[in-house]
Design a protein around this ligand. Structure first.
Ligand code: CA
Ligand code: CA
Ligand code: CA
Length: 223
């Protein structure tokens, strides 16, 4: 009878472990990040940041673990990107503050988001009120993820894609692939990030195995 009671305690421990492990292993909610590439082209210190968005300047540089998003300075010391423009209010457009300003360069530049390993659902916004662009390419962790072959004056292009990242940091490299205009541009980046629940899954498996081990040991002692 006493042995049965001891077994029962261990059994409850196993149940508790499975419940806690299960709760931790439940998929964590996605986190939405919204970045507005802002411009201080006229050097007045005034930025027009879209409501609900985080302002990104050309001087916003990624530096984990303290700064989890921003432009990558590569090669070392290179300001990235070198170009910024604010074209002014886009009348009647509900996202005027997002689309009026953008970063650009003719050389490749990389925007990094170090939110951890997981799924990055990315949406990119492209618009230039006063000039046309073409042949813009975006590489996500080295693979071509989006293209804007033609961007007529004052029109919006939106590109969405999903990336499964394992090294903890998603790199978006912006590239101009020839064409008539020599520059790529980017006005805004929206990311819905869902972390991989791997550690919690391992915890669940581990707690279950430990529980089974204890059960087996008690069973052996009983016999
Ligand atoms: Ca803006
Ligand atoms: Ca081009
Ligand atoms: Ca912008």
């Amino acid at each position: 009878m006493r042995t049965w009671v001891k077994l029962s305690k261990v059994g409850w421990l196993v149940v508790l472990g499975l419940i806690v492990g299960g709760l931790l292993a439940a998929p964590a909610g996605a986190t939405l990040y919204q970045f507005d590439m802002d411009s201080d082209q006229d050097h007045t210190g005034v930025y027009y940041t879209e409501a609900g968005y985080t302002s990104v300047k050309v001087t916003t540089l990624v530096n984990p673990p303290t700064q989890l998003y921003g432009w990558v300075t590569s090669p070392a010391g290179t300001p990235a990107p070198t170009g910024q423009r604010d074209r002014g209010v886009i009348t009647g457009n509900p996202q005027s503050d997002l689309l009026r300003d953008f970063h650009f360069d003719s050389a490749d530049r990389t925007f990094e988001m170090a939110f951890g390993a997981g799924t990055y659902d990315v949406t990119l916004y492209f618009r230039d009120k006063t000039s046309s662009h073409d042949t813009i390419q975006v590489f996500a962790d080295g693979s071509l993820a989006a293209s804007v072959d033609s961007l007529p004056i004052n029109t919006t292009a939106i590109r969405s894609f999903s990336v499964s990242n394992t090294d903890g940091a998603l790199d978006l490299r912006f590239h101009n692939n020839a064409g008539t205009d020599p520059n790529w541009i980017i006005n805004g980046i929206v990311v819905d990030f869902t972390p991989v629940p791997l550690p919690s899954t391992m915890l669940l498996l581990g707690s279950g195995l430990v529980g089974l081990g204890l059960l087996r040991r008690k069973w052996s002692l009983k016999r």
